[in-house]
Unconditional design. Structure first.
Ligand SMILES: Cc1cc2nc3c(=O)[nH]c(=O)nc-3n(C[C@H](O)[C@H](O)[C@H](O)COP(=O)(O)OP(=O)(O)OC[C@H]3O[C@@H](n4cnc5c(N)ncnc54)[C@H](O)[C@@H]3O)c2cc1C
Ligand code: SF4
Ligand code: FES
Ligand code: FES
Lengths: 155, 351
């Protein structure tokens, strides 16, 4: 075990992990943040997407040490206290989640997009979500939700 | 769940420290940049280094900008094209940053396009151009879990004695599958490698070899620190020929997949639109990107019209024979060679 210090959703977190842990394993099994999902666990599906220093990355293939000294944001940190993020609201209103397994990753990719580009075109939304696979909802409602959230954030 | 094998993680601050660590631990150590290739491969037990040396803290390996300098001549038999101005790309720059950088987009449109077509957005935010150049080769029978490979009885490249693609031969033909190198080769780029004996420069065109097991001339304790691309074209006072480039990539899912076939073209055009130089590189077929032969005699002094493009595409088809190393019909992949080459050249002609 080694001690890793992370800044996750604004909190300083310290935890003991084996040196070969990924960021995803640390979040889920070290810090109890199970929102980020372990899907393929090898970079294919996007279920483990989190935001590091403002950019969407895959936590399942990120050595935990690379997250030290950087700002990590997970699906648990998107809401502002008890107030959900507009993207979360619009996923609800647009029926953009069915089983929900892909949803935390897609929310993170969407928020990373909107933070950089508050009024993306449909094509830019498609490109930003190209690395997130959804097997049940289908993508149209997801794009609708992101579009609606963008309209609320940048009317 | 796919667990990583145990390892120690080193985070040196300089190239020298990183090289010293790699030299000290020898075969037990590997460098890591974005980790988007190495981490999945380690999860598949294709590599199990006891020491992983992270390059990510080395500031000297970042940055994109123009530099002056007499680079080595990498003329490939043609007159050296460099006028002393180079585009320098630090090996640690991410594919996202390379694809969106204004200098790369202006001078090397094909390279920017290729970097932007690698994998999906999260992987481009993580993956570096250095890791892309040093990417391991890929094969249907190799990029699989330990369980899967064990069930098949392994293969030559890792733990086994036979090749399931060629069935006979004692040579691995796993495919070079990285998107940026065909462009770097066509652009006459030079790679800088740092090792225990100092640094050396090698033309991108000479970097790859035909052995699918280890398809580059990089030694295990060498680090790729930067890439230099000679610049020429409209930026040099509007005189002389100007250069354009384009890239085409064939893949199963346009959202995230590796190339099944890739085509990079770079052309130098005179003011009157005739071709002063033309290079085509095709990859994702075998272990080494292929520089297409016989293009000069077709294209030099001509305009890139439909007849010339058709002749170039046919010449390309005759040279490319896809193998059964990816899970897609080889006849279809071969039939796509002239199609993709034609589209790349049409883009070049129109641009
Ligand atoms: C789902 C998926 C899809 C992908 N699709 C594509 C695709 O379409 N096209 C494509 O080209 N790639 C693709 N990749 C592979 C990979 O994401 C990229 O090639 C990326 O650029 C690799 O860079 P990296 O920094 O992550 O490399 P790493 O994984 O860090 O390293 C790759 C290899 O190079 C070595 N290495 C890394 N940097 C250096 C250096 N500076 N000097 C010496 N050695 C070094 C490492 O030891 C390792 O062997 C895909 C990966 C995944 C998981
Ligand atoms: S080409 Fe043959 S030896 Fe090489 S990885 Fe594929 S099956 Fe293995
Ligand atoms: S779990 Fe990370 S990409 Fe699938
Ligand atoms: S909602 Fe089930 S995978 Fe997307």
């Amino acid at each position: 075990m080694e001690v890793v210090r992370l800044r996750v959703n604004g909190d300083e977190r310290v935890c003991g992990v084996p040196a070969h842990y990924t960021l995803l394993e640390t979040l889920r099994y070290g810090l109890g943040l199970t929102g980020s999902k372990q899907g393929c666990d090898k970079g294919d599906c996007g279920a483990c997407t989190v935001i590091v220093d403002g950019r969407a990355i895959l936590s399942c293939i990120t050595p935990v040490w690379e997250a030290e000294g950087r700002e990590v944001r997970t699906v648990e940190g998107l809401a502002n206290g008890t107030e959900t993020h507009p993207v979360q609201d619009e996923f609800d209103l647009n029926g953009a989640a069915q089983c929900g397994f892909c949803t935390p990753g897609i929310l993170c990719s969407s928020v990373a997009l909107l933070d950089r580009n508050p009024s993306p075109t449909r094509e830019e939304i498609r490109t930003a979500l190209a690395g997130n696979l959804c097997r049940c909802t289908g993508y149209e409602k997801i794009y609708d939700a992101v579009e609606a959230a963008a309209a609320r954030l940048d009317p | 769940m796919l667990r990583l094998p145990p390892f120690r993680y080193h985070r040196p601050d300089t190239v020298d420290e990183a090289v010293a660590l790699l030299a000290r631990f020898g075969e037990d150590a590997m460098p890591i940049a974005g980790g988007t290739d190495l981490m999945p491969n380690m999860k598949h037990r294709l590599f199990t280094p006891a020491h992983v040396v992270s390059l990510n803290r080395i500031a000297a390996m970042r940055g994109i900008g123009t530099v002056n300098g007499a680079g080595p001549s990498t003329d490939n038999g043609r007159a050296p094209r460099a006028d002393g101005l180079f585009l320098r790309i630090g090996a640690l720059e991410t594919l996202s940053d390379v694809s969106s950088h204004p200098l790369v987009r202006r001078h090397c449109a094909g390279l920017a396009e290729a970097a932007g077509l690698v994998a999906g957005p999260q992987l481009r935010n993580m993956g570096t151009i250095g890791g892309n150049v040093c990417l391991d080769t890929r094969c249907t029978y190799y990029n699989q879990t330990e369980f899967w490979r064990d069930a098949l009885g392994y293969c030559l490249k890792k733990d086994g004695t036979v090749c399931h693609v060629t069935r006979v031969g004692k040579k691995c033909v796993a495919a070079h599958s990285a998107d940026t190198p065909p462009n770097l080769i066509a652009l006459d780029a030079t790679l800088t490698l740092a090792g225990p004996d100092g640094t050396r420069e090698i033309p991108a065109a000479d970097f790859f070899v035909t052995d699918g097991i280890w398809n580059t001339r990089r030694k295990g304790d060498e680090i790729l620190t930067e890439i230099r691309i000679p610049l020429m074209g409209p930026h040099s006072n509007g005189h002389g020929p100007h250069r354009r480039s384009a890239y085409r990539k064939l893949r199963q899912r346009n959202s995230i997949d590796f190339p099944l076939l890739s085509v990079a073209v770079v052309g130098d055009f005179e003011q009157d639109g005739t071709v002063a130089g033309l290079t085509g590189v095709v990859s994702a077929l075998g272990a080494r990107p292929r520089v297409l032969a016989g293009w000069d005699e077709i294209a030099l002094g001509e305009r890139l019209g439909p007849r010339v493009i058709e002749a170039l595409a046919e010449r390309a088809r005759a040279q490319c024979r896809p193998l059964d190393n990816v899970i897609v019909d080889t006849k279809w992949r071969r039939a796509m060679v002239p199609v993709q080459v034609r589209r790349a050249l049409e883009e070049l002609a129109g641009g």
